[in-house]
Design a protein around this ligand. Structure first.
Ligand code: C6P
Length: 423
């Protein structure tokens, strides 16, 4: 047994996997006559009973609108919603609850920063620095704001299949024209864990604000905005055991002060006239309309759940599974595996010679395996690597080593099937 395999077993035992799995009703089912093996956690995680019950309790007992009524139910809803904001601040060690804006998810958080901050702060000739491994959610919003302001995009290169940022180029990339550096903490396709604190430090030294896309990190490792030193950080509830339709955008107070409202409407105003209005201070200034109250309450329960397990332990477990999977997959003939061999997050993306990713995923589904195939919203990166799609297996703390073994076994069956067809 290799050292990695030993680490993986140790991490699994440490997490008391079997009792944790019991918290997730969706994991206990058969799919096409096989036990479900859910390896699509980078797309969305499953939800523990604690989250489902918190949301049901809210709807059964406290359902009301926030910040409006003076009646009991409205007070309870407001307390629940604002309590979730305080919890989110603690989850990422933000200094103040006011620095947490609830969004629909990472995508909306980045769009909010791009429109409310970027549109006001950027001008012709300014540079928005991204990396070549960004998800479309941290690329297209900046393309839009670049078109609106005359700013242009530049990219820190990725080294190739090993999927690391070319840090030798960082100094040249962080030129005096750069007004914002936005990058992903963990790549959803490569599994690369970027040195986010170092990237923020280098940017800050040059007076450049940073935005961290924490969609793939916030629920998988300790994330601390103060030690990262970022200006903005966005993540989604549904990837961290919470419900869909809720997410968080953290911003430093000095950044909020530089921003215009994102959307106009109820909840965000102080006083409205026919011709003009005034608005509240952040965070409410950025939360127009009735918010996703039940979503925030579910997210609160999810953050409690994850922190009870410990995100340090979750990271060790996910990382051990990712490395184990990479090692086992590399024994398959004709496989091309993306991302770094060491220090990767708990996901592995790969390409099987002569079998399209969609065929792999469709056939794996017949064996009860939930994988993802496609470009994973990373089209420019795929093109750079000369691929149109990959298969991706992404893990969470409730996945087992035996599920990785089954994945490798089923991929072997799929390869045999297609190779027979080709013969
Ligand atoms: N990735 C996947 O890889 P939303 O859809 O807003 O919750 O998250 C968007 C997003 C932003 N950044 C990164 C690094 C991401 O991985 C994602 C979502 C999913 O399967 C869907 S493409």
């Amino acid at each position: 047994m290799t050292a990695n395999m030993c680490n993986a077993s140790a991490a699994s035992q440490d997490l008391d996997l079997e009792s944790v799995r019991g918290d997730f009703p969706a994991l206990d089912q058969q799919v096409h006559g096989h036990p479900l093996i859910y390896l699509d956690n980078a797309a969305t995680s499953q939800k523990p009973r604690a989250v489902l019950e918190a949301m049901q309790r809210y709807y059964e007992r406290d359902n009301s609108n926030v910040h409006r009524g003076i009646h009991e139910l409205s007070n309870r809803a407001t307390t629940g919603y604002e309590g979730a904001r305080e919890r989110a601040a603690r989850f990422i060690n933000a200094g103040r609850a006011e620095d947490i804006v609830f969004t629909r998810g990472t995508t909306e958080g980045i769009n909010l920063a791009a429109q409310a901050w970027g549109r006001r702060r950027l001008g012709a000739g300014d540079v928005i620095l991204l990396t070549e491994m960004e998800h479309h959610s941290n690329l297209v919003p900046w393309q839009l704001v670049a078109r609106q302001t005359g700013a242009r995009l530049e990219f820190v290169p990725v080294t190739g299949d090993e999927g690391l940022l070319d840090l030798d180029r960082l100094d040249a990339c962080l030129s005096s024209r750069v007004r914002l550096f936005a990058f992903t903490h963990v790549s959803n396709t490569l599994g690369t864990v970027n040195p986010a604190a170092e990237l923020c430090r280098e940017a800050r030294r040059r007076g450049i604000p940073t935005l961290v896309d924490a969609a793939q990190s916030a629920g998988h490792m300790p994330v601390d905005v103060q030690s990262l030193g970022c200006d903005f950080l966005a993540f989604s509830g549904h990837k961290i055991c919470g419900p869909t339709g809720i997410g968080v955008l953290f911003g430093r107070p000095e950044r909020w002060a530089e921003m215009d409202p994102y959307q106009g409407g109820g909840e965000m105003i102080l006083s409205v006239g026919y011709e003009a209005s005034t608005w509240k201070e952040p965070p409410h200034m950025f939360e127009a309309g009735t918010p996703n109250i039940a979503g925030a309450i579910g997210l609160h329960a999810a953050m409690d759940y994850l922190d009870r397990l410990g995100r340090g332990r979750i990271f060790e477990h996910d990382q051990a599974l990712g490395e184990y999977a990479r090692e086992r997959l590399s024994t398959l003939p004709g496989i091309r595996i993306l991302g770094p061999p060491r220090g990767r997050a708990g996901l592995v993306s790969f390409h099987l010679r002569d079998v399209h990713a969609h065929d792999v995923v469709t056939m794996a589904d017949h064996y009860g395996l939930a994988l993802r195939g496609g470009h994973h919203c990373n089209q420019p990166l795929m093109r750079k690597l000369g691929l149109d799609s990959t298969v991706r297996a992404s893990f969470y703390f409730y996945n087992r080593l035996s599920e990785v073994d089954r994945l490798v076994e089923v991929l072997g069956i799929i390869q045999q099937y297609f190779n027979r067809g080709a013969a």
